[in-house]
Design a protein around this ligand. Sequence first.
Ligand code: SF4
Ligand code: SF4
Length: 232
Amino acid sequence: MGKLYDLLKEDYRIKEGLKTCINCGTCTAICPAAEFYKYDPRKIVDTIQRGDDGEIEKLLKSDTIWYCGECLSCLTRCPRKNGPGLVIMALRDLSARLGYFVESEKGRQLYPLTKIMTGNILKYGYCIHPDTFKWEDHVESGPVWKWHTEHLEESYARQGANFHGTGPGALRDIPQESLDELKKIFDITGATERMECVERYSRAKAEEMGMDMEEYFRHTFEHCSNEHFNND
Ligand code: SF4
Ligand code: SF4
């Protein structure tokens, strides 16, 4: 048992999500991510349970821990009441803290994800906001969605939303004082610190890859190799 294992054990999600794994494989059988990715939550839980720091470091630097969809179906089926999804949340957190996430393609996607989602939450109060959606970045969404992005006011009015309005209703503007509260929540819970961590390690990786931050953002946002998928 080593340092990484000790760091993981401090995380309440490991305390709650890993009691004694009997390697039955039920979590893998029920896992939707295992259908699509080369991914086996049973193996991850087993690796952590054995407490070998070398193996844990490999996991923290791998694509593997970024395949989970955090649906927690595994938690509902495990005969020992383990939650592999909770274990993976703790692994992701440690990977971000230590900067190991930049060593894998899926891990590097944490940068655009953090920029987009948390940036939107702090600016708009929504993790996804129509004002930030560029159809050119999602051409697979098709011509109807293209029309929608070009006619936001008209489209949302037809749907009964309160787009950019005040008071109640979907897509209303969130008052500044509520956004300030959100920022305080980010600060107090450590989310701000984690975002800064992701930014710092991503900058160093971008430099190593010979890219400026705009190029790095596009690269990590758009690039996804076929190696991740389960083609069996
Ligand atoms: S279902 Fe539970 S006991 Fe079975 S392999 Fe997964 S974590 Fe271990
Ligand atoms: S939480 Fe993750 S590991 Fe568990 S079933 Fe969902 S995708 Fe699979």
